[in-house]
Design a protein around this ligand. Structure first.
Ligand code: UDX
Length: 437
């Protein structure tokens, strides 16, 4: 069975690399020539653990990289669309790239006899699969279930563990109306993951909504624990991690996604929440809870800023070192990263900013250029700083000890992820979510 994957971002490239490494015949398509060049040279255009290894392996086996959608469509039995659906300027979802691909697919379908299964893997709001179906039908003159078929198959992988999640997903969701192609896709996944994999078959709108409900719930858990963290901050002796551990043992709650911090960032949770809020309003349903989740998330950065402001007093010309720029560890992605938000606020206050991150400095330079100082050495950031803020829980930061901060001007460390909370710190150490600071 020949597979086509259109769009080689996190989801597309991880999927293509895993399938190729297992020997599946795969054509990976992207329209960006620079990306194609890098990928063809065994290099992923972004950092993701294990991805380069799997990419290299798959290119040496059965993965072919191409820019030709029409040719891929002709050859493939199943075409996965893993095209970016970024946040638009008004906070809604931008479906323009997906719609453009749908038109290209429709035009290509006109002149071929093959009947591919087109699978939307990109995150899309309920109703999009129907919309894409209509675009393809209009441009191709063919009908769903006849000249092609269209399904939706949301993806749940996380950055930083994209390969592991693709190798072993917790669930596969297939949405559609055309039973034969749903069955074929189900068989494809059972062959890939074994018969034990949990597969949910439903209609496309429900499948689309499952993805949003999933991410909305994850964001809700994070904002919930961040709300508790803010309360703890004001109750002497309380520790949010002990509380998270205890409530996480209750099987009705579960321990995952209860790590308090500076708030959720990244390319998915903030975008999906904001899209769901706008979508709810559009369809006349008041998104009370989701709005609160988003508000708590936005407030986290303001809370961190208030702590810095309170401890340092006048902020102008104060040297602030930021440890961690990516939205989470094991990633170079700074999209919606809380660090970037905090730096913007501190720059407005005319602070002098020095930053460190094991992977995300190149991306950060594109935003701040020479407005801040970058270093690959943690001690350079600490040296003479008035305050150090730990924003991303990279492993290397957890190895720091009290003595590593001895060259600071004012020995103030604000730890938004509580990576040192159990260590003895002989400095002014403020851990978000631990009372009595
Ligand atoms: C998320 C979903 O988890 C994934 O299923 C979906 O496919 C894409 O969106 P991702 O954005 O890669 O994945 O990262 P995730 O691990 O969910 O973390 C998102 C943000 O929440 C990060 O900024 C992270 O630091 C933060 N977070 C996560 C917390 O603050 N506390 C937690 O307990 C978990």
């Amino acid at each position: 069975m020949q597979i086509g994957i259109i769009g080689l971002g996190f989801v597309g490239l991880s999927f293509a690399s895993v399938l190729g490494s297992k020997g599946y015949p795969v054509i990976g398509v992207d329209t960006n020539p620079e990306k194609i060049k890098m990928i063809s040279n065994n290099k992923a255009p972004f950092f993701e653990p294990k991805l380069d290894l799997f990419l290299k392996n798959s290119l040496s086996k059965s993965l072919i990289i191409s820019t030709n959608t029409k040719d891929t469509l002709k050859k493939s039995d199943i075409i996965f669309l893993t095209i970016g659906t970024p946040k638009s300027k008004d906070g809604y979802i931008d479906l323009s790239m997906l719609k453009k691909a749908a038109k290209d697919i429709g035009n290509s379908l006109k002149n071929i006899t093959q009947k591919p299964i087109i699978v939307i893997k990109s995150t899309v709001i309920p109703g999009t699969t129907d919309e894409i179906q209509k675009i393809i039908e209009k441009t191709s003159g063919k009908k769903n279930g006849n000249g092609f078929s269209i399904l939706t198959n949301p993806e749940f992988l996380r950055e930083g563990s994209a390969i592991n999640d693709t190798l072993k997903p917790h669930l596969v969701v297939i949405g559609g109306s055309e039973k034969n192609s749903m069955e074929k896709l189900k068989k494809f996944y059972e062959k890939l993951y074994g018969k034990k994999i949990k597969i949910i078959l439903t209609n496309s709108q429900t499948a689309e909504m499952i993805k949003y409900a999933n991410n909305s719930f994850l964001a809700t858990k994070i904002s919930f624990i961040n709300q508790i963290s803010s309360l703890c901050q004001n109750i002497a002796g309380t520790n949010v991690d002990d509380i998270a551990e205890a409530i996480g043992i209750d099987p009705r709650i579960g321990s995952a996604f209860l790590k308090a911090g500076p708030g959720y960032g990244g390319s998915c949770l903030p975008k999906d929440l904001s899209t769901m809020i706008k979508f709810s309003s559009k369809i006349g349903a008041e998104p009370i809870l989701l709005e609160a989740v988003e508000k708590i998330n936005e407030n986290q950065i303001e809370k961190i800023f208030q702590i810095i402001n309170k401890r340092l007093g006048k902020l102008k010309n104060k040297q602030i070192g930021i440890l961690g720029l990516s939205f989470k560890e094991d990633s170079d992605d700074i999209r919606e990263s809380r660090s970037i938000k905090l730096i913007k606020i501190l720059l407005k206050e005319k602070c002098k900013i020095k930053v460190h991150d094991p992977k995300a400095i190149t991306n950060t330079k594109l935003i701040f250029k020479n407005k801040i100082i970058y270093s690959n050495s943690i001690s350079t950031i600490i040296d003479k700083a008035d305050c150090i803020v730990i924003m991303t829980p990279w492993k290397e930061y957890t190895k720091l000890v009290s003595n590593d901060f001895k060259n600071m001007k004012k020995k103030l460390v604000i730890d938004t992820r509580r990576i040192f909370s159990k260590k003895k710190m002989n400095i002014e150490y403020i851990a978000l979510g631990i009372g009595d600071n």
